[in-house]
Ligand binder design. Structure first.
Ligand SMILES: Cc1ncc(C[n+]2csc(CCOP(=O)(O)OP(=O)(O)O)c2C)c(N)n1
Ligand code: SF4
Ligand SMILES: [Mg+2]
Length: 347
């Protein structure tokens, strides 16, 4: 969908702004994709942006003892408070502009949180913010699939079976963590009709991600973007493979890329190509075997993982987005033709 805006959609890498608003001076690990998300996020939003960030790697490693990579105004907020910080700042700006104390202009408000801060502790505040349609603010959840800053503890976004400091693999119990990852963007999209824009992205698809940030800010109201961020320390792989793992997460169908605009779901990038049958979904083993956190997986664990991802593509109402299944007898009544997706099998 073309959006007529002051932050136009980026057509290709040549269109990406040169200006860096998240620069050197941070202490994130080599190969940290969450840091790349921060860089892309402010590159897309431009200099008239206020960034708020909840506790986590993107706070601690980015603001160590009077150093900071943020060129735009930035403020720390409490671990579960990204939603409240976004809404409060947007409301404050609105009042100051109404009273003539600030020039009336568009200022982007973005509050980021990690998966611990956003998908666990702060989910209620994000949900509340997404119901306040009169305030313009974006919540960005950077998901490195653990409480990384405090040494890789399990979160509700940690994938099935992965080793964390809270879920080690042992002799008696090979898999300590056997819950499937929470579906945060799907849940928020399904339950927040006042939010005009909710999306899932990945820094490995930089232009797609930057365009999602821009659409969220331009459509306005409270919006939400969730990114999946490979983390060399927590996922246990060499930092040079971060981008490759981001690509594999999408190509294996584990992390579908999409956006929901005014309730209309639009698959993007390779996810769209897979759904349309133009690209084969890769088997999940290609992704799992590249990371130390899955090194203890037996064949049956990989098979289970594959079967769950297959279900996302074959049974879900919208692949990887809305996890409802419709009984075959009702598919005619609801005018649902799932045939093209049923044909989507891993290569
Ligand atoms: C209320 C509260 N509980 C615990 C902590 C300790 N703490 C600081 S950062 C962090 C991990 C946050 O994880 P996540 O939000 O996923 O961000 P990441 O570190 O992975 O970037 C924790 C538990 C805190 N700062 N505040
Ligand atoms: S632990 Fe992971 S998220 Fe945190 S700085 Fe290192 S690579 Fe980035
Ligand atoms: Mg995290």
């Amino acid at each position: 969908m073309a959006v007529e805006t002051a932050l136009p959609q980026i057509k290709g890498v040549k269109d990406v702004p040169y200006e860096e608003l998240f620069v050197s001076g941070h202490r994130t690990c080599q190969g940290c994709e969450s840091a790349l998300v921060m860089r892309h996020m402010v590159k897309a939003s431009g200099p008239r942006t206020i960034v708020l960030g909840s506790t986590g790697c993107m706070y601690v490693a980015n603001t160590t003892y009077y150093t900071t990579p943020w060129v735009v105004p930035w403020m720390h907020t409490q671990l579960g408070a990204s939603g409240s910080a976004a809404l409060g700042t947007a409301a404050g700006l609105k009042v100051l502009m109404r009273k003539g104390k600030l020039k009336n202009e568009k200022i982007n408000v973005i509050a980021f949180c990690g998966d611990g801060g956003g998908a666990d502790m702060g989910l209620g505040a994000i949900s509340a913010t997404l119901t306040h349609k009169d305030y313009n603010c974006l919540v960005l959840l950077y998901d490195n699939e653990s409480y990384a800053n405090t040494d890789i503890q399990l979160s509700s976004m940690t994938p099935y079976g992965a080793v964390t400091t809270f879920s080690p693999s042992g002799e008696k119990k090979r898999l300590m963590h056997t819950r499937w990852k929470k579906n945060v963007p799907g849940m928020l999209a399904a339950g927040h009709p006042e939010s005009r824009y909710i999306a899932a992205g990945c820094a490995a698809y930089a232009v797609d991600l930057m365009n999602k940030i821009r659409k969220a800010l331009e459509l306005g109201g409270p919006t939400f973007v969730h990114t999946l961020d490979p983390c060399p320390k927590g996922w246990d792989y060499h930092p040079q493979y971060s981008q490759e793992l981001g690509h594999l997460a999408v190509e294996c169908g584990i992390w579908p890329l999409y956006e929901v605009i005014d309730g209309m779901c639009n698959l993007t990038g390779p996810t769209r190509q897979i759904a349309e049958g133009r690209k084969k979904r890769k088997p999940v083993i290609e992704y799992l075997r590249r990371q130390g956190r899955f090194a203890h997986f037996a064949d049956e664990d990989i098979e289970h993982f594959q079967a769950e991802v297959d279900k996302m593509w074959t049974d879900w109402l919208i692949p990887g987005v809305i996890p409802f299944t419709i009984p075959a007898k009702d598919q005619n009544i609801l005018k649902i033709d799932k045939k093209p997706l049923h044909e989507s099998k891993p290569a």
